[in-house]
Ligand binder design. Structure first.
Ligand code: 1HE
Length: 268
């Protein structure tokens, strides 16, 4: 595996975001705690710049939030003057940016704590792995603000927790705590308060050691197979399996295992 470069990774970002490299992973922090990491246009476009600028030797990303909350969602202060056409364009901008995360270069681990609300939950849903600290709670208060999901939540969230749960959040203003979110499928891992980032880094570093082509297949091919009719899905699976196993990387990893150099799969 190529050694990660020691070059600093310094994409041009707005003050609401900070980024740093840590070996083969990059860490993006929402850094607008005074506004509870509300997502204004500059932040959304900055997230896009961060993912566009990722160098080739970054193999996974961790996103997290500064302060008491992951994100209070859409910056409501920017909403008041938009007409219908501008509203559509704004939502399509969020779609473009979150699609670039979900179907981007590398897997993304989101570390959630405090409020994970509205557009903040839509952001988290575009990531591949979600770790929730026990303080995390989830809400979709769009109904109470007279608006609707706009960052891909109506497409991604039902795939995580079902239409019925999304309806409950949106109609009743219910909030789910971290444990409920874990039970319903919003998060993969629960962590104690303050321990989420270390867990996120640990998982991202593990993900970074996978074969890049396998990670690509998991991010780009698996979700498409899951949305296909079964016959097309199975054919796509066979093609992807053959492409992956024919790679030099797979050959050398399999040889390592057979010659007792590969890691065993052990529990714990
Ligand atoms: C904000 C925002 C925001 C806080 N836009 N400025 N999101 C919401 O409906 C959630 C709205 N926010 C809240 O319910 C609360 O702020 C929190 C529960 C997240 C945090 O409470 P707290 O007591 O820690 O903070 P705070 O005192 O309410 O807010 C601190 C400051 O952040 C304050 O500004 P300040 O200048 O008076 O100090 C707040 O106005 C500001 N702030 N949240 C703008 N969201 C693509 S469509 C997605 C649609 C949505 O995301 S809808 C959900 C919107």
């Amino acid at each position: 595996m190529p050694k990660p470069s020691k070059k600093p990774f310094a994409p041009k970002l707005p003050p609401s975001l900070t980024a740093k490299r840590r070996g083969s992973i990059a860490i993006l922090r929402l850094s607008r705690p005074q506004k509870r990491n509300a997502l204004d246009d500059a932040t959304i476009l900055g997230i896009e710049s961060f993912f566009e600028a990722l160098p080739k030797d970054i193999k996974a990303v961790v996103v997290h939030g500064q302060g008491q909350h992951f994100s209070a969602g859409l910056d409501l202060g920017e909403l008041t003057e938009r007409d219908v056409a501008e509203g559509v364009q704004h939502s399509r901008m969020w779609h473009r940016v979150f699609d670039a995360i979900q179907f981007g270069k590398v897997p993304v681990v989101a570390v959630l704590h405090g409020a994970v609300v509205g557009g903040g939950l839509e952001f988290a849903a575009a990531c591949h792995i979600r770790i929730a600290e026990r303080s995390a709670y989830y809400a979709l208060p769009e109904g109470s603000r007279g608006i609707f999901l706009g960052g891909g939540g109506s497409m991604r969230l039902p795939r995580l927790i079902g239409v019925s749960r999304v309806m409950e959040l949106m109609l009743t203003g219910a909030t789910y705590g971290a444990e409920e979110g874990q039970t319903y499928g919003l998060s993969h891992v629960l962590a104690d308060d303050g321990a989420g980032l270390a867990k996120g880094i640990e998982l991202a570093e593990r993900i970074a050691t996978n074969a890049p082509l396998s990670n690509f297949a998991v991010m780009h091919v698996l979700p498409r197979i899951a949305e296909s009719d079964p016959a097309s899905g199975l054919l796509t699976e066979s093609l992807m399996a053959a492409i992956a196993q024919g790679s030099d990387d797979a050959k050398s990893r399999l040889k390592d295992f057979l010659e007792k150099r590969g890691k065993k799969v052990l529990r714990g």
